[in-house]
Design a protein around this ligand. Sequence first.
Ligand code: F6R
Length: 246
Amino acid sequence: MRIEIAKTPQAAAESIAARIIKVLTEKPDAVLGLATGATMEPVYQALIAAHRRGEVSFAQAMSFNLDEYCGLSPTHPGSYRATMNRLLFDHVDIDHSRTFVPDGAMADPVLAAADYEERIAGAGGIDLQLLGIGRNGHIGFNEPGSAFDSHTRQVSLHPETLKANQGFFADGSVPHHAITMGIATILAARSILVLATGGAKSTAVSQAIEGPVSAECPASALQQHGDVCWVMDTAAAGGLSRAKAS
Ligand code: F6R
């Protein structure tokens, strides 16, 4: 596991963007696993800026997002599909038909989940998975207690997650269910990049990196992966026993 501690959230986000650009430069048809959430917004801004400067192309890439709320149409502004279009896909040269988000509007979530796993497998698996981390240690929407051998499935969101995500909905009413890649789906990615910024993430970060590998902290499962890089700012690193900004 590699750990990079940047001085500011912006520097951490730019480092993540630079790592994504490097992957796309070396493998233009890379399969990217993408995440939503406030932490990712400066990453996508940095990628858009780099694309406008001609430093990166997504034309041959493919993407799979981690998760989607259930019961929202893809055009609902709170849906992760609409969010990804707004924050990244509409501003770069990615082929929208090669961007995938779980289908939260499908009547049968079991079918939607199985279809997603099949599509990921059909794409040859994920080369680089981008992750944020929840204050309770969740990755994707794998809340504490999620099995490490879980695959894409419908889940109930933890009250803490509902509260954290209220701000993304004009009326504050966050759907209570989502479809998420499972922990096993995430661990199957060839390489994983995790971004954590802000002091509110410091406990989750230290438990994930230095705590026991336990379902109580889903992100601790990343200790079992051979190619994980954590990038964080000094505030998120505050709970680590040996943290020093580079
Ligand atoms: C989003 C996702 C979540 C977020 C996490 C952190 O697709 O899968 O695990 O990465 O909830 O969210 P923010 O960045 O809003 O703190």
